[in-house]
Design a protein around this ligand. Sequence first.
Ligand SMILES: O=c1[nH]cnc2c1ncn2[C@@H]1O[C@H](CO)[C@@H](O)[C@H]1O
Ligand SMILES: [Zn+2]
Length: 389
Amino acid sequence: MTLSDKLPPQSAHALDRERIRRAPKVLLHDHLDGGLRPETIIELAAAIGYENLPTTDPAALAVWFRDAADSGSLERYLETFAHTCAVMQTRAALSRIAAECAEDLAADGVVYAEVRYAPEQHLAGGLTLDEVVDAVNEGFRDGERRAAAAGHRIRIGTLLCAMRHADRSPEIARLAVAHRDRGVVGFDIAGGEIGNPASRHAEAFDYLRAEGARVTIHAGEAVGMDSIHEAVLRCGAHRIGHGVRITDDITIGADGQVTLGRLASYVRDMRIALEVCPTSNLQTGAAASYPEHPIDLLRRLGFRVCLNTDNRLVSGTTMTQEFQHLRDTFGYGTAELEEFTVNAAKAAFLPFDERTALINEVIRPGYARLRARELSRVPVDGTAAAPAA
Ligand SMILES: O=c1[nH]cnc2c1ncn2[C@@H]1O[C@H](CO)[C@@H](O)[C@H]1O
Ligand SMILES: [Zn+2]
């Protein structure tokens, strides 16, 4: 197979920011504790007497997070979460943060999201694991209602993370299964990848497999193929968080001939989705630059790639902004945004009929409308009559 054979036609129209924002999008990889509003952190910190924030100016705090996370190392990136987790230790704080997350995603045009967090990191104020999950779910239901009142349709499921370096994964796996019909759609492991192999959590993954639970695993971000191999073949991951280092198992000859190794073939053949987060990858050193980011290669090779934010505050991003970077770097347009969105909907941890409805009743019609507007050159708000082409 040569790569040039696999190039789809690029969209003829450049998508402007507002059209990207309005297009229906699906987000599968977004951390609740990485996406707080800076104003909310400052308010909550003041209320509980948390004095370690680097600044109490919202704009400066947003810049601080992005800069501190721009370290080239995943470990340094993760250090910034101490400040967000510090203010996420009560029922009210968790519910508020989840509700605001739903509102912010909806305002960015996200119609379905799976938002993840590690319940074990929210026990310092005396909450139980079950109370943490209930508080977050309550917040999301509230946020969905508020978004609907503002004219935005969004649905949110949650993924419970266990931390790779800790030893609570069996408990968190049981928690995910106990709440699976009440807002929780799957399980993940997050945190430092180096020195913390997924196989340490084999007990949790064996249990989840026996329960038929849905699993995604952060892998192939700071560690390469070995980590992806473990995640998929030993731990049974249905999706991979990041997974960009799968390119270590792909060779491209001087003649453009592409060869996939056994692992890369498995991931592509089995339609294991790669939850790709370009900006986060640049910050942690998983990719050197947008042009060098493997998302375009993987997409052209037919991997089930979807586009994600990872951490909206820490990476200073939104879904709209992630796609703008790809538009500017690779010339992507409506077709590619729709492709990522449908890929994400196919890989969502929703029942089959709900995934189908999401694609056929929300995503496809949304993009059809977008394309019709492009053709007639109607302004995005549809108010003024467009001049004839
Ligand atoms: O890109 C990432 N790779 C690995 N772990 C991450 C990433 N982003 C956030 N977290 C970790 O996941 C926890 C639960 O949400 C966060 O507290 C953070 O430590
Ligand atoms: Zn992540």
